[in-house]
Design a protein around this ligand. Structure first.
Ligand code: KIV
Length: 245
């Protein structure tokens, strides 16, 4: 069945209305997100921290991304599915990057996302093969061993990097932890939509890790507005069950 939301459709939303993107790694959450009309479901490599118990996203493998993308794709009818190319699956050359992207598309993704502006030849090859690509700039979690953990990215160079990704054929770019003013300037300078996370309200869309938004963590990042306190709600129900038997 044709999806309601496509890469071309997402691009056309720039300047019309805000784009919504949230993470899911399994069928249960993916189905709920799809039912709410979220534009894009991101099978992010945050899978590593959120669901697999890794300390960061670096250890996530392509096979893990494939399995979780399949789980999401089995139930999603309308939202566009974007899957992350994990660390080490696009850096070794254009052909390797293309093969990795193809594996995620065969698993059911409608597009892939990759971090940084250093691999534009890979982006071009993936787009040429008919696979839409989302870029990811600012704080790029796969470089944590080089950059350390989250800090605001203020570099003026980001605009040039974003332009490079647009020229390579990306249909959108995620801006993570980018200074609000710089994110606004990039949003104005690009024809493709920017999707912000911790980068202020001027981006064309917003993305969050769903577990943060729902209050499943005690201490989510500061920029996240908790919309629920699911951790406490779940715990109360579990304790109530335990004490009722
Ligand atoms: O993996 C992920 O969840 C992401 C978002 C934080 C944008 O890349």
């Amino acid at each position: 069945m044709e999806k309601t939301q496509t890469a071309a459709g997402i691009k056309k939303l720039k300047g019309v209305r805000k784009i919504s993107m949230l993470t899911a790694y399994d069928s249960l959450f993916a189905k709920i997100l799809d039912e709410t009309g979220i534009d894009i479901i991101l099978v992010g490599d945050s899978l590593g921290n959120v669901a697999l118990g890794y300390k960061n996203t670096v250890p996530v493998t392509l096979m893990e991304m494939v399995i979780h993308t399949q789980a999401v794709a089995r139930v999603v009818q309308n939202s566009m599915i974007v899957a992350d190319l994990p660390f080490g699956t696009f850096q070794q050359g254009v052909e390797h990057a293309l093969c990795s992207a193809v594996d995620l598309i065969k698993a059911g993704a409608n597009a892939v996302k990759l971090e940084g502006a250093e691999y534009t030849e890979a982006v071009k090859a993936i787009v040429k093969a008919g696979i839409p690509v989302v870029g990811h700039l600012g704080f790029t979690p796969q470089s944590v061993n080089q950059t350390g953990f989250k800090c605001k990215v203020q570099s003026e160079k980001l605009k040039a990097k974003a332009k490079k990704l647009e020229q390579a054929g990306c249909f959108a770019v995620v801006l993570e932890m980018v200074d609000e003013k710089i994110a606004a300037q990039i949003t104005k300078a690009l024809k493709i939509p920017t999707i912000g996370i911790g980068s202020g309200s001027h981006c064309d869309g917003q993305v969050l890790v769903t577990a943060d938004l729902l209050g499943l963590y005690e201490n989510p990042p500061k920029f996240v507005k908790k919309r629920s306190n699911l951790r406490n709600i779940i715990k109360s129900a579990l304790i109530e069950f335990k004490e009722s038997i």
